[in-house]
Design a protein around this ligand. Structure first.
Ligand code: DX5
Ligand code: ZN
Length: 217
């Protein structure tokens, strides 16, 4: 279904309280929980790995959406699948064998996502569309939360047309807020990742703020 789903990114949550943060955003209406894994190599920042994903898994009732900003990807797929990832997304830029990587993700039992950096053309996804459940269009250069939105409207429209009637989500990641969400949804996206726009002004002690932020998007 093409109902718009909001996926709060816990990159903007309290790192000392991931369990409660996940429960709070789900209770406040989040559809998925987006989990950003960074290795300090593919992107210039480090977050956490499969052990942290496994620790937060019991605190998420719905979809745990794991965005791998790591290279290489293949040696870690099984670990993230075992950690309970429902969706595992790898970057097309992360290595020379993205086709093999996507096959391995599906073989692990997870849904496969393909992420495209802002500088990567839509055509990079074309030969891979039968291997994926989701295409993630980055609207920032990955590595940090709170960056300025980069308009990828034409790319989203082109991808939606290219996907045709395949059951493939288009996810948008980076700078999604009250102003940019309608643009990307109008262009054909159906999963909106939002970090700062969801967590700003709230806390696990005051989670109603998350609810207001989610509904505003
Ligand atoms: C960026 C991450 C995003 C990030 C989005 O590298 O992949 O998921 O958390 O954060 P905001 O919504 O603050 O741009
Ligand atoms: Zn992300």
């Amino acid at each position: 279904d093409r109902k718009i789903k909001i996926a709060p990114s816990i990159l903007a949550a309290d790192f000392a309280n991931f369990g409660q943060e996940c429960e709070a955003v789900e209770a406040q209406g989040a559809d998925w929980v987006h989990v950003d894994v960074m290795d300090g190599h593919f992107v210039p920042n480090i977050t956490f790995g499969p052990a942290t994903c496994a620790a937060i898994r019991p605190h998420i009732k719905g979809v745990m959406d794991v965005h791998l900003m790591i290279a290489p990807v293949d040696p870690y797929i099984e670990a993230f699948a075992k950690a309970g990832a429902d969706v595992i997304t790898a970057h097309v830029e992360a290595g020379p064998h993205i086709h093999r990587t996507l096959q391995a993700i599906r073989a692990s039992g997870a849904k496969a996502g393909l992420a495209l950096n802002p500088g990567t053309p839509t055509s990079a996804a074309e030969p891979l569309l039968d291997l994926v459940d989701l295409v993630c269009v980055m609207t920032v250069n990955p590595g940090f939360g709170g960056q300025k939105f980069i308009d990828m409207g034409d790319k989203i429209k082109a991808l939606r047309a290219m996907i045709g009637d395949r059951p493939v989500h288009i996810e948008i990641d980076g700078g999604v807020d009250v102003e940019t969400a309608p643009l990307v949804a109008g262009a054909g996206a159906d999963v909106l990742v939002a970090g700062s726009a969801v967590f700003k002004g709230g806390s696990v002690g005051d989670p109603e703020v998350y609810g207001r932020n989610i509904r505003a998007i």
